[in-house]
Write a protein that binds this ligand. Structure first.
Ligand code: FAD
Ligand code: DLZ
Ligand code: SF4
Length: 520
């Protein structure tokens, strides 16, 4: 081989249609894949997340080799591994006498900044190619966002429907004459919800080796290592997707917001890990969902709801991330400074909703959207937890967590830390919402109907404490401002009871000790 092109492929770029591989043939390139300490520990990821990424990387490398590609795979314990992407790319450049480095842009700001320095630090030219595994380009999101005060997802979503043609009729109108069927998708759980569980994949020898590695090297990271059942190859991810389309998509819509103790998958797809690391393509999933609607296998509200999550929310948060970084990571509009409570890591709390969401997070490295938003996130919002601490927690504990998708959800959707650019109002809620949408409250030590006092559901006084302390910032918001009339009508004595109950509860919270989320 003459001097080869060096193609680094990162742990979330495991797609055969990756832009950096296009137009190259196996004889011209060396593909570099790197397990590096810096990436495994910039937050102390859940053990299953590390297994997922390392195992999926090892399987992908084997598949490329079987196709005839020269893959240089640097294992975590490989001799002289420098522990960083830049260090490993520099070493590989020299090892192979590379003529050029060709890489698909990173999905995360932090990594992309490092890549942009390579041209100055390394001895050969660097080409950074666009990430074509998203539907909207950065330029398209900028064109949508420039000049808008609120970047309402709904309008962006309609653009994506038009761009892809998904659920669009020939006359340019949306299927069913409505763009968004969210109003049909808020059913509370029923007593006998027997959703067929998402498939789990038994670890093969490659995964078993990684499990052993993670047990030894990352023992102090949060989360149960086993049982591990996430898809680690495209074939497994496709099987998981097919199982979802065949058995759960039909009821995905109505029960999207429902929460049931002991269950985090319900009718959800459980496909975010496969999508985010590149095993599945967002458009192929949406086309399959559309086909299920057209063949009468799933109703429009479920199919539209699923497609909206992917070409709406997923694309939107990715565009929002690149549009607002690096400021988004620092934003703290509501001046929230309280440390994250220790129970987020241990699950030891009498609040049954929170302990169940933390349990599933620990066991599966997953919780579904409403658990993340309306239980865990809502608590952090109304208790005033510092955005940096909340961000680190979410980034560390979920197998699907990458900065580009976690940060807008946490800072924008949950904490209103961006001042309302992403969400038009804070998603603050009292215990009533959780009671309506779950079966958590009946067996909780707290009483959801009780508003104040030691036995009251803590979400109740915290809700009013949040409103009261943020009044100056929120009162002019037309979607939430009216709530203050209710607060004023309560009168001073009742208000004082709420505030005192909330403060007593907040004072009782034990702050998390250092070292859970980051190596100290
Ligand atoms: P489903 O309910 O089956 O939804 C289908 C797909 O839609 C998901 O796989 C996902 O790709 C996409 N999707 C749905 N909602 C969102 C959203 N708000 N943002 C982006 N994509 C979405 N998702 C992540 O992939 N990584 C994260 O780090 C992450 N952090 C989150 C943090 C918070 C505070 C909140 C509120 C949401 C977060 N989400 C994140 C979004 C969502 O909770 C997960 O995508 C979903 O729970 C994954 O499970 P699923 O595949 O079964 O999703
Ligand atoms: C999350 C992660 C982990 C745990 N380890 C690696 C790794 O060793 N090598 C790798 O290429 N990627 C890893 N990743 C994903 C990266 O941290 C990062 O999210 C992506 O490169 C996108 O920026
Ligand atoms: Fe959660 Fe309150 Fe219900 Fe208990 S009563 S489960 S704390 S919402």
């Amino acid at each position: 081989m003459t001097r080869p092109v060096l193609v680094p492929i990162l742990g979330d770029q495991l797609s055969r249609n990756l832009s950096s591989l296009q137009g190259l043939s196996p004889g011209e390139a060396v593909i570099l894949m790197m397990e590096v300490w810096d990436e495994a520990t910039y937050v102390k990821h859940h053990k299953q997340k590390i297994v997922l990424i390392f195992s999926a990387m090892r399987h992908f490398a084997a598949e490329l080799r079987a196709e005839g590609w020269h893959v240089d795979y640097v294992a975590l314990d490989g001799a002289a591994n420098t522990g960083s992407f830049t260090g490993e790319v520099a070493r590989a450049c020299e090892r192979h006498g590379a003529s050029e480095i060709r890489i698909t842009e990173a999905s995360e700001w932090r990594v992309q900044q490092a890549i942009m320095e390579w041209e100055d630090r390394l001895p050969c030219p660097v080409s950074i190619l666009p990430n074509t595994r998203f539907i909207a380009t950065h330029a398209e999101f900028r064109a949508f966002a420039d000049g808008r005060k609120h970047l309402t997802m709904e309008y962006f979503y309609r653009e994506m429907r038009r761009k892809t043609g998904l659920l669009m009729r020939d006359d340019g109108k949306p299927e069913g004459d409505v763009w968004n069927l969210d109003a049909d998708n808020r059913e509370p759980p029923k007593g006998d919800m027997l959703a067929p569980p998402a498939p789990k994949f038994a670890p093969d020898t490659v995964t078993q080796e990684v499990v052993a590695l993670v047990a030894e090297r990352f023992a102090d990271h949060f989360g149960d290592l086993e049982p591990f059942g996430w898809p680690v190859t495209r074939a497994e991810a496709l099987e998981a997707a097919e199982a979802f389309f065949a058995r759960r998509l039909d009821l995905f819509g109505p029960y999207q917001d429902a929460m049931v103790h002991g269950k985090d998958d319900l009718y959800h797809s459980m496909l975010s890990t496969s999508l985010n690391i590149g095993l599945l393509d967002p458009l192929e999933l949406c086309r399959a969902a559309e086909a299920a609607y057209k063949s009468g296998k799933a109703p429009l509200n479920s199919v539209e709801g699923f497609i909206r999550q992917i070409i709406g929310w997923r694309e939107y948060v990715r565009g929002f991330y690149w549009y607002t970084m690096p400021g988004l990571a620092e934003a703290n509009e509501l001046a929230a400074h309280r440390p994250l409570p220790e129970f987020f890591w241990t699950g030891k709390t009498d609040m049954r909703c929170l302990s169940d969401c933390i349990r599933t997070t620990r066991e599966d490295a997953h919780a579904h959207h409403i658990q993340r938003l309306m239980v865990l996130g809502n608590f952090c919002l109304i208790a005033g937890i510092a955005p940096r601490e909340v961000q680190d927690w979410y980034l560390a504990v979920y197998a699907d967590a990458f900065d580009w998708v976690e940060l807008p959800n946490v800072s924008g959707m949950v904490l209103y830390a961006d001042g309302g650019r992403l969400a038009t109002k804070p998603y603050a809620a009292s215990g009533n919402y959780i009671n309506k949408m779950s079966d958590y409250c009946g067996k909780c030590r707290y009483k959801v109907a009780q508003k104040t006092g030691p036995n009251a559901c803590p979400f109740n006084p915290l809700y009013w404490h949040f409103m009261d302390r943020n009044r100056a910032r929120l009162e002019s918001n037309h979607r939430i401002g009216r709530i203050f009339a209710t607060w004023d009508r309560m009168g001073e004595a009742k208000q004082a009871e709420y505030l005192e109950s909330a403060e007593k509860f907040l004072d009782s919270l034990e702050p998390a000790r250092k070292g859970w989320a980051r190596v100290e």
